[in-house]
Ligand binder design. Structure first.
Ligand code: UD1
Ligand code: CA
Length: 461
């Protein structure tokens, strides 16, 4: 591809969000809003991005660096937010006049990479000076309208606020993504004035200026107007997020995933789900989560950055973060895997079992009411109800090891650091404070005594 730079406009605060937080940093489907247009530009094959920052510049830069550590992203500052034309001008020093640029508003989460490619082709086809991205939508409210001349060529863009009643009726909108020859674009931007309803320098004026200069303006019409969503306020944020989740669910269903009530599930767009997996309502799968085939994810489960292999069952209302479940494992209902939990092949955790930084070995089971923290548990271990690894002394975290085939009776406390040897038994109600040798039985119960006739004697008093 030719040498193209993308200029992403993100200096505005996003006043209509009514927020202390920069609009681009608001979360949408598991990522900050600004993530999406930058990723679309990179996916379209554009190697260099220049981000125009202003409000909360430092927070924006830090977030973008975290999201795209390997991308070539430069930052320019727009000190005062005088409008989109002024914002784009701030990037002038970053591009050669002969270069091609793509300019994107930073609040377009559904824009796809293919649309950016289509736009660049439309620019070339129309003479290479300027092309805009348009869509015909049912509700054009809030967008600039594309005004075409008698021959059907784009003549100018009119903003909602500046539009008369006739122009408001136009349903062809300007998405806010443009391709241009840099030298041409900046000489047009030089001529933009602020005589409009907002008193701002509008980028969109370059359309009329380009036509006046005797050049063509290409219009790339979106293949799918589902991409034509911007986020100016919270209602649009919610609508865009819902659209993104809907799109993801539709894609997964087309690939052989069953989703019950897809309108209720939230699956971030980088998540993977294998064939014949069944997802019940109100499930959330967040960034980095991968689920294999033939699994069942029950109602209300929330999985974040969690790896689930094949034939796994997660019963309702389980929560898992930075964890992994191997083939044939089973969890829930109401189980909690905190960061660093690993369930090996065929293991099982039941209701109200919490794991943290622990490995449960192949075929091992912990079925009820248990806390396993900083522990390494071998194969075929049975952990009774109410077992607690006491891993924290108020200062340090300490490890527990339970070796293959051990049996931990109910209501056991394992005071770490401690080890239960291979095949050992721990009697119910035991507090384990010393290592249990292989094959031994550990017991620390107070002897049970009976006071005969006690109840009758008490009543007589
Ligand atoms: C803009 C377009 C409109 C289009 C719509 C859709 C103009 C004048 N209007 O309107 O035709 O339909 O987008 O996306 O361009 N920004 C800056 N500095 C500024 C002002 C804005 O960096 O001084 C940034 C914002 O942070 C934002 C982007 O530019 O990411 C667009 O600004 P916004 O205020 O959302 O423009 P709209 O009013 O939606
Ligand atoms: Ca906008």
């Amino acid at each position: 591809m030719k040498d193209v730079t993308a200029i992403v406009l993100a200096a505005g605060l996003g006043t209509r969000m009514k927020s202390e937080l920069h609009k681009g940093l608001h979360e949408l489907a598991g990522r900050p809003l600004l993530f999406y247009p930058i990723r679309a530009a990179l996916d379209a094959g554009i190697k260099r991005i220049v981000l125009v920052v202003g409000h909360q510049a430092q927070a924006v830069e830090e977030t973008v660096e975290d999201l795209f550590p390997d991308a070539d992203i430069g930052y320019v500052t727009q000190e005062r937010q005088l409008g989109t034309a002024h914002a784009a001008m701030c990037a002038r020093g970053e591009v050669e006049d002969s270069q091609d640029v793509v300019v994107l508003n930073g609040d377009l989460p559904l824009l796809g990479a293919d649309s950016i490619k289509g736009l660049m082709d439309a620019c070339t086809a129309s003479g290479g000076m300027l092309a805009i991205t348009a869509a015909v939508v049912d509700d054009p409210f809030g967008f600039g309208r594309v005004v075409r001349d008698k021959s059907g060529i784009a003549a100018r863009i009119v903003e909602e606020r500046d539009a008369g009643p006739d122009q408001r009726g136009i349903r062809e909108i300007n998405l806010g993504v443009y391709a241009a020859r840099a030298g041409h674009l900046f000489s047009m931007l030089d001529q933009v004035g602020d005589g409009n309803a907002k008193g701002e320098f509008y980028f969109t004026d370059v359309v009329e200026l380009t036509r006046k200069a005797g050049h063509g303006v290409g219009v790339y019409v979106l293949q799918s107007d589902a991409e034509a969503m911007q986020v100016n306020d919270r209602a649009e944020l919610a609508a865009a997020e819902a659209a993104m989740y809907q799109r993801k669910a539709a894609l997964l269903m087309s690939e052989g995933v069953t989703i019950h009530q897809p309108g209720t599930v939230m699956i971030d767009d980088d998540c993977e789900v294998g064939r014949d997996t069944e997802i019940w309502p109100c499930v959330e799968l967040h960034a980095g989560t991968r689920i294999g085939s033939g699994c069942v994810i029950g109602r209300g489960c929330v999985l974040d950055n969690t790896e689930v292999a094949d034939d796994v069952t997660v019963l309702p209302y389980s929560v898992m973060t930075d964890s992994s479940m191997e083939d044939g494992t089973k969890a829930g209902p109401f189980s909690h895997l905190r960061p660093g939990s690993v369930m090996k092949r065929g293991s099982k955790v039941g209701n109200f079992v919490e794991m943290k930084k622990s490995t449960l070995g192949p075929g091992s089971k912990s079925s009820h009411l248990t806390y396993l923290g900083d522990s390494t548990i071998g194969a075929d271990v049975n952990i009774g109800a109410g077992t607690i690894t006491c891993n924290y002394d108020g200062v340090h975290k300490m490890p527990t090891t339970i070796e293959d085939g051990a049996f931990i009776g109910s209501d056991t406390q394992l005071v770490a650091p401690v080890k239960v040897g291979r095949g050992a038994y721990v009697g119910a109600g035991t507090t384990v404070t010393r290592d249990v040798p292989d094959g031994a039985l550990a017991l620390s119960r107070v002897q049970q005594t009976h006071i005969m006739g006690y109840a009758m004697a008490k009543k007589k008093k």
